[in-house]
Design a protein around this ligand. Sequence first.
Ligand code: FE2
Ligand code: FE2
Length: 186
Amino acid sequence: MKKEMIAKNIRAPKFSDCLNELEAEHEESFRETEKLSDVLTNIRYEGKLSLGKNLKEANRLRLFFNRVMRHHARLEETVIFPFLEKHVPKMESVIRLLRSEHADFEKTLIEFNASLRAVDRENDAGKRLLSLEKMQETGTYLIYLLRHHLYNENVSVYKTISRDLNPEEKKILVRKIRAAEGGKRK
Ligand SMILES: [Fe+2]
Ligand SMILES: [Fe+2]
């Protein structure tokens, strides 16, 4: 590839690539909520024998939500939402709702983290059981919240970005996203 072409690619990241990456994170997160749902069912029915294996998977999913979804939500809050509020004023009330879902997700994730850590560390059998129940409760709510939120964003924010923004606005938004990400998504 010629030097000028490389420079041009760096200066003008593709809108479709950028949007695809964000939507792929939604799909990946949805799949991970399905896995979390399976883990919570397994914990309920498989008992003590498989508890170690199931907790290991729950911890893996916990780390995924902490890393990928927090990062994703931060990008929406700092770049995508403010941009849409400015360029598509009719989105204001939807974005207010999505921001409050982010806050609810963050609060629930903190509770889920804490209860899962408590299950891992607690030596007292009674307290451990209570933490396990709390983890199942917050995990179930986390799944509900996330699925609901991903759907809401797909049919509002992401649909509007691809359908209603003009080519110039799309270009500016992608540049802002890339700049916030230091040129790359992950
Ligand atoms: Fe979001
Ligand atoms: Fe999102």
